[in-house]
Design a protein. Structure first.
Length: 203
């Protein structure tokens, strides 16, 4: 025998097999997860019977569960699932960008420490050391460029995630803030470097 009840989210009638009583089920209309009542909650006409019913004997039938009393489990709409997916990818891109940038900085600092001679009386300037390392190790530029690429991708995915939904979407918000700051700092540092180089050449 089927169990019929109204979905508390969209008020559409739902019908499930009685073997699913007291279990959770997803509404086929709005995809909400609801608890299936033990018996049908829809208004049904009483069956025609020649025998006296329990009400005729003065026995009160047990109360039927109403849709408002159903416990609604955790729900996740299509937009919520898409926001979570984009947010997860954005977090991965953010982590890759962070690892590339930090790894490049550590590797560059180690190379610069090898070039720095403590016993020497005159030390080359930091700018000269950076230029020398850039010429000898052109691969050092790959790390920041790769970090910038993944930061831009993470920023785009984070914005897409926020466009889907902002309800509990901490992934999208975190990635937009971190990747946005990273892109701004990267562009600002490179812009200042180009500006300083241009002023140096003009001077």
């Amino acid at each position: 025998m089927a169990i019929q009840f109204h979905c508390p989210g969209c008020s559409q009638p739902i019908e499930v097999d009685d073997i699913h009583a007291n279990q959770t089920a997803a509404c086929p209309y709005c995809r909400r997860v609801v608890n299936v009542p033990p018996k049908s909650a829809l208004d049904q006409a009483p069956p025609i019977s020649a025998r006296p019913t329990a009400d005729a004997d003065g026995v009160t039938p047990p109360p039927q569960p109403t849709p408002g009393e159903l416990h609604i489990g955790p729900t996740m709409t299509y937009r919520d699932r898409m926001a979570k997916t984009y947010g997860n990818y954005a977090l991965i891109c953010t982590a890759i960008a962070f690892v590339l940038m930090v790894g490049t900085m550590i590797y560059g600092a180690m190379l610069m420490a090898d070039k720095f001679d403590v016993t020497a009386h005159s030390q080359p300037s930091l700018e000269k050391l950076s230029e020398e390392l850039a010429l000898q190790h052109p691969g050092l530029a790959v790390g920041p460029l790769g970090a910038m690429f993944f930061a831009v991708v993470g920023l785009a995915l984070g914005i897409t995630s926020i466009k889907q939904t902002t309800r509990g979407n901490w992934r999208g918000i975190v990635t937009v803030v971190i990747c946005g700051l990273f892109v701004l700092c990267f562009c600002g540092i490179n812009g200042l470097g180009l500006l300083g180089g241009g002023l140096g050449v003009s001077g």
